[in-house]
Each structure stands twice: as C-alpha cells, then as structure tokens.
Design a binder for this molecule. Sequence first.
Ligand SMILES: NC(=O)C1=CN([C@@H]2O[C@H](COP(=O)(O)OP(=O)(O)OC[C@H]3O[C@@H](n4cnc5c(N)ncnc54)[C@H](O)[C@@H]3O)[C@@H](O)[C@H]2O)C=CC1
Ligand SMILES: O=C([O-])CC(=O)C(=O)O
Length: 337
Amino acid sequence: MVKAVVLGASGGIGQPLSLLCKISTLIDDLALFDVVNTPGVAADLSHISSKAKIEGFVAAKGDFKGETEETETAKKNALSGADIVIIPAGVPRKPGMTRDDLFNINAGIVKGLVEACAKYCPKAAILVISNPVNSTVPIAAEVMKKAGVFDPKKLFGVTTLDVVRAETFIQDISGERNTDKVVVPVIGGHSGATIVPLFSQAKPSVNIPSDKLDALVHRVQFGGDEVVKAKDGAGSATLSMAYAGFRFAESVIKAMKGEKGIVEPTFVYLPGVPGGEEIQKATGVDYFSVPCELGPSGVEKATNILGSANDDEKKLIDECIKGLKTNIESGVTFATK
Ligand SMILES: NC(=O)C1=CN([C@@H]2O[C@H](COP(=O)(O)OP(=O)(O)OC[C@H]3O[C@@H](n4cnc5c(N)ncnc54)[C@H](O)[C@@H]3O)[C@@H](O)[C@H]2O)C=CC1
Ligand SMILES: O=C([O-])CC(=O)C(=O)O
C-alpha cells in the first residue's frame, strides 16, 4: 500500500499533479493539503474511477501561515501514514523575477510544511518542488535535522523538469520525437547558470552542431523564463512541471516497491547519501543534483558524473558551483537562525 500526499495541491502544479497521482496505478491512498480549495479539488478528482482513495484537507479559513490548531489537525490527518510527500506549495514567479525573489515567501512555507512532515510522517520520502529549490532543500534538511529525523536518502529536490527540457529541446534540433530514446543528465541546481546539462553524456550519443550548442544549453538553463514570459504574469511552468514531478515521484515509488535499475538526477544532501562524499569533495558544496540510483530506502548511490564532463561543461560546472554556494547558504542560514 502506498500513500502519497500533495502539499499545495490546489495550485497550478498541485492540481494536475494530483490528477496524475489519482490515475496512477502505483498509488493506493492520496491526500491533498492546501491552505485553500482542497475539498473541491478532492471531490472533483474522487469521481475518477481509478483505484486511489482520495481525501482533501484544508487549513482553517484565512490561516495562510498554518498557525491554528485546526490547520495543524488538517496537516496531521493528511500526512499521517504517508510514504511519499510531494511539495509544490508556494508562490511562482512573474516576469522580471528570479527564483531567488521567491525566497522570502516560500522559505517560510516550506519550513512550516516540512516541520509537519517531521512530526507526522518522519520516514516518508520528501520531494521538494517549491522554488528556489537550491535553498528550499537545505531548509527542509535543516528542519528534519533539528527534529532529529533527517534521512538524507529520502530528501529530494525535484530537478526533473530540467531533464525533461533537455530531452525535448535536443529533439527540436534532431527533428526526432522519441522521448524514450534520449537520456540527458542534467546536474547542479535548479536555476539559471546552476543548471548544467551534460549533452556530451547523452545516451545514445547525439551530434549537436557546434553553432547550436550554446543556444541549446542556454535554453535548458533558462527554459523556466520562457514560460514565465509567455504566461505574462499568470505564473510559471505548471503543466510540464506536474508531468516532471509525477515522473520523478513514480520513479521513487517504483524503487520503493523494489524495482531495480532506476536512476534519476535529483538535488540531494551529498554528505548523507552513498557516493555523495566524493562529489562533495569535487564540488566543495553540500548539495548537488546528480544521477542517483534509487532503491527501497531512497538514494542508494549518487553517481559522480562530473569527471566525464568535457572542457566546456567543466566551465559550466565551475560557474554553477559559485551560484549554488550562495543559494545553499541562504537556506541553511534561514532555517538555523
Ligand atoms: N522545481 C521545479 O522545477 C519547479 C518549481 N516551481 C515552483 O513551484 C511552486 C508552485 O508553483 P505553482 O503551482 O505554479 O503556484 P500556485 O500559486 O499556482 O500554487 C501554489 C499553491 O500553494 C498553496 N500554498 C501556499 N502556502 C501554502 C501552505 N503554507 N501550505 C499549503 N499550501 C500552500 C497555494 O494556496 C497554492 O494553491 C512555486 O514556488 C514555483 O516556483 C514551478 C515550476 C518548476
Ligand atoms: O521558472 C520558474 O520560476 C519555474 C521553474 O522552476 C521552472 O519552470 O523551471
């Protein structure tokens, strides 16, 4: 039996993500929590004849900070017994903003929600989607550490949308549409220059004309901006993110159920995952997204793919590390102050 919980389930990502979870054959119980509208979203989804049992839990009216006892009970009821918690709660960008501009609001939201996870489902896998991921994941880790329940193998920053974009944009160049056939590792973090696609490591290998490579790398790094601009004030990527978040969640669940050979890039706490220390030494940072082999208890092995990057990609990695350091520090400082 697998129980999944979506925190921020009424939002632009939350709703399509909850739909995908509802129709998944891998999920038996689905709980939705948000500060607004979850009873309606859950009632709507409950009419779908798929197997997952669904329930919606909402904060007390007007309690956006989750301070009342009623809200605490709603969180407790949503999270108790969870195996996997997916967190897309928080504000999205508007044109002209960076992901870091979301920090002031989203840091507090993620902190509060992860505190509830630490209390009510300390053993669950936690998948953080809320931006800025480079900082919200360190916040989540510090909260779990403080509660004495941190299992780094089960804390994941979701960077799958960068992988999906790399897979898609490469096909725009090759003209082929066959997503199952191109695997592009994307490493580092999840914002601008901290996103490093390793096209040299694509499998099967791809031949990208040299005059197109820089633009392709830039498009993966700044794909989020493309959507923010096109939505023109109405938010950022939601549907592609729901797809990516669900794809990653499915991998985590399949691995939990014992399926072997599942590898996904994800932003993890390096000192706490097998294979991570070597990558920590190479990068000088505690958090980094690398392809991770997943198993029943979370990350079984973080792969040090950095050494196989070519010279141009190594320069991108250096640039990435500079940005990541500051982002990680902001998260740790916020959560430990
Ligand atoms: N990791 C990634 O690749 C991506 C991350 N994102 C991020 O995901 C987040 C959500 O984006 P959208 O769904 O478009 O935003 P949205 O504004 O449409 O939805 C956010 C939802 O979170 C809820 N919420 C706010 N505070 C909450 C709390 N304390 N507890 C529970 N729910 C709460 C809101 O009521 C709302 O329903 C943003 O921070 C965005 O930047 C977006 C795209 C990709
Ligand atoms: O760009 C944003 O703010 C949302 C996001 O993380 C993405 O689309 O990659």
